[in-house]
Design a protein around this ligand. Structure first.
Ligand SMILES: *[C@@H]1O[C@H](CO)[C@@H](O)[C@H](O)[C@H]1NC(C)=O
Ligand SMILES: *[C@@H]1O[C@H](CO)[C@@H](O)[C@H](O)[C@H]1NC(C)=O
Length: 293
């Protein structure tokens, strides 16, 4: 169980003992989107299984590495491979790394994922800026903030109406315009389901009625914990397939299709994030560094 804060303190201290990088920015790379981590300069890599009290990943296509380095002049930490609730982890364990990031001095979190498009106007390969989310597991009590509240991180009842930072969203749009790829950009509501089974047709129709534009099996727990401890969040979903809402359709959701599309548009998403980081001025750079002192 990874809800105890002394555990993340130990993890953070262990990491800080082994790198000179003091990250202000953390990036959680979704399915097949781990290539960003290869762009880090002066990088130091840790396998999840070597990091004390860190969970380990079990999904094919999700390498389990934490990589520290510099990206466009900013000290960053990158998660190559995230933890999913459907792997059998508790919802607290899934979001554990975010508390570690907070203790490392991170102020901004970028989360990426692969998602199914629910909105009829979305195309495969679009990139959706997450403007809001629906925490479906939360409806049944699966919220990583359940349990005793650690005041060191944040308040008991954190606000979520501003979960996705509007300044970061508009900077991402700016980056897309500068690159001439604004036609791939959407903005919408991400709905998390627990998975691992994909949605039924009836479930897809329900989610559409609820106002969700994309559906996936991640991201929300990390965002909840990030907002609780005051990190600014940018969320991006790569639309890797369109959900099926027609009973006569011969198509079936499959992991291979997701991986294929991801490979194709992955470079665009990576370039976009790099451009965004290049343009963004993380003003909290240098001012606060690490928990060492
Ligand atoms: C970090 O380094 C300090 C100083 O060498 C040491 O006392 C401490 O036990 C280390 N912490 C971890 C978690 O490795
Ligand atoms: C779908 O996306 C479009 C464009 O982003 C948006 O205007 C619309 O409200 C969304 N929802 C539905 C149900 O079409």
């Amino acid at each position: 169980m990874h809800s105890g804060s002394w555990e993340c303190t130990e993890t953070a201290e262990w990491l800080l003992n082994r790198t000179k990088i003091c990250p202000v920015l953390a990036i959680i790379c979704g399915s097949g989107l781990g290539g960003l981590a290869d762009k880090l300069e002066e990088s130091v890599t840790f396998n999840y299984e070597d990091i004390p009290r860190f969970p380990t990943s079990t999904v094919p296509g999700h390498a389990g590495k934490l990589i520290f380095g510099r990206l466009m002049g900013h000290d960053c930490v990158c998660m190559q491979g995230r933890f999913h609730f459907y792997e059998g982890y508790s919802i607290h364990t899934v979001s554990y790394p975010v508390r570690v990031f907070s203790l490392l001095g991170v102020k901004t979190l970028i989360v990426t994922n692969a998602a199914g498009g629910l909105n009829a106007s979305y195309n495969v390969g679009d990139i959706m800026i997450i403007k809001d989310h629906i925490n479906m597991p939360g409806f049944s009590g699966q919220n990583p903030l359940c349990g005793p509240n650690d005041e060191r991180f944040g308040v008991r009842f954190p606000c979520m109406s501003d979960a996705y930072d509007s300044e970061l969203k508009s900077k991402l749009r700016g980056a897309a315009e500068a690159m001439g790829v604004a036609h791939f950009i959407r903005e919408g509501v991400y709905c998390m389901l627990a998975g691992p089974s994909y949605e039924t047709i009836a479930e897809c129709k329900l989610l559409q009625k609820l106002g969700a534009d994309a559906v996936g099996m991640s991201t929300v727990p990390e965002v909840l914990v990030a907002r609780h401890c005051g990190l600014r969040v940018l969320g991006l979903s790569l639309i890797t397939n369109k959900v099926i809402t027609d009973y006569d359709s011969e198509e079936k959701a499959n992991h291979e299709e997701v991986l294929r599309t991801t490979q194709r548009q992955t470079k665009l998403l990576q370039d976009l994030v790099l451009k965004f980081i290049y343009k963004a001025h993380f003003t909290d750079k240098i001012t606060k560094c690490c928990t060492r002192e």
